[in-house]
Design a protein around this ligand. Structure first.
Ligand SMILES: Nc1ncnc2c1ncn2[C@@H]1O[C@H](COP(=O)(O)OP(=O)(O)OP(=O)(O)O)[C@@H](O)[C@H]1O
Length: 248
């Protein structure tokens, strides 16, 4: 489904440059839940930005269902990103002045014209309410972020990431700011979603307690995936095996 080949990315500022991604190959199958681990600075977040078309590689290509997506013109790229990817970040990135319901609706309001939004606003609100119910926050829709715990804010961020029915969720350390129990709740939600909807998930994490919940673990070192593994067979998904993490 998503395939990156020989990616390179260098950040440049003035006379300094940092070659962060160095010939990276990675393939993710439809419906797979994949963890990305690796030491700090190995390029995990940069990889997520490239795959999610938030940034462009200097070299290499990214294919989504066979279509090249790393070199699209800006408008087409923004449209594709809205339709394809959902993003979850370590620090939630909720807007403090908005209620939970409004935060979940925000991607729709941004990506539609005023009239487009108004025409279907009831449908979108219904979907947002269903998603907030699903993550266990149906009773908190009018609350603002400061009134919620970290785990509740992250659950809201998951609902927000799902509002436009993405094919792929890119989660960058989604449990990094949470205690163990809240982190396990988040993983449970992501795993249920992956299994029930078949949403592909790529998750960066430093938390080795949770990687065994995913189908496959890949490790990054110095801008490359160590020994790229084959995508997992769908049958494996129902029984994630501990030996998938044995190489870590
Ligand atoms: N916009 C940028 N400009 C310059 N350098 C950057 C930029 N973004 C990241 N880097 C550098 O790229 C390298 C990789 O950063 P990245 O955030 O991708 O690593 P990471 O593996 O996600 O790290 P961590 O686990 O600490 O989050 C780091 O050395 C970082 O300083």
């Amino acid at each position: 489904m998503l395939k990156a080949t020989n990616l390179h990315k260098t950040y440049r500022r003035d006379a300094h440059s940092v070659h962060v991604i160095r010939g990276l190959d990675l393939e993710i199958q439809t419906g797979e839940f994949v963890s990305v681990i690796g030491v700090s600075g190995s390029g995990k977040s940069t990889l997520m930005h490239l795959l999610g078309t938030l940034d462009s590689p200097d070299q290499g290509e990214i294919l989504l269902d066979g279509r090249r997506i790393d070199n699209l013109p800006p408008l087409e790229r923004d449209q594709l990103r809205n339709q394809t990817f959902g993003f979850i970040f370590q620090f939630y990135h909720l807007l403090p002045e908005l209620t939970m319901l409004e935060n979940v609706l925000m991607p729709v309001m941004i990506s539609h014209s005023f009239f487009g939004w108004m025409r279907k606003s009831r449908m979108w609100k219904k979907r947002a309410l269903e998603l907030l119910e699903r993550v266990g926050l149906g009773h908190r829709i009018k609350h603002k972020p400061r009134e919620l715990s970290g785990g509740e804010m992250q659950r809201t961020a998951i609902a927000r990431a799902l509002i436009q029915q993405p094919k792929i969720l890119l989660a960058d350390e989604p449990t990094g700011n949470l205690d163990r129990d809240a982190g396990l709740d988040i993983i449970q939600i992501l795993r249920d979603l992956n299994r029930s909807e078949g949403t592909s998930i790529l998750m960066v994490t430093h938390n080795l307690d949770i990687v065994s919940e995913t189908d496959r673990v890949v490790r990054m070192t110095a801008g490359k995936i160590d020994a790229p593994s084959e995508p997992t067979e769908p049958t494996l998904k129902l029984h994630p095996t501990p030996n998938l993490v044995a190489n870590w």
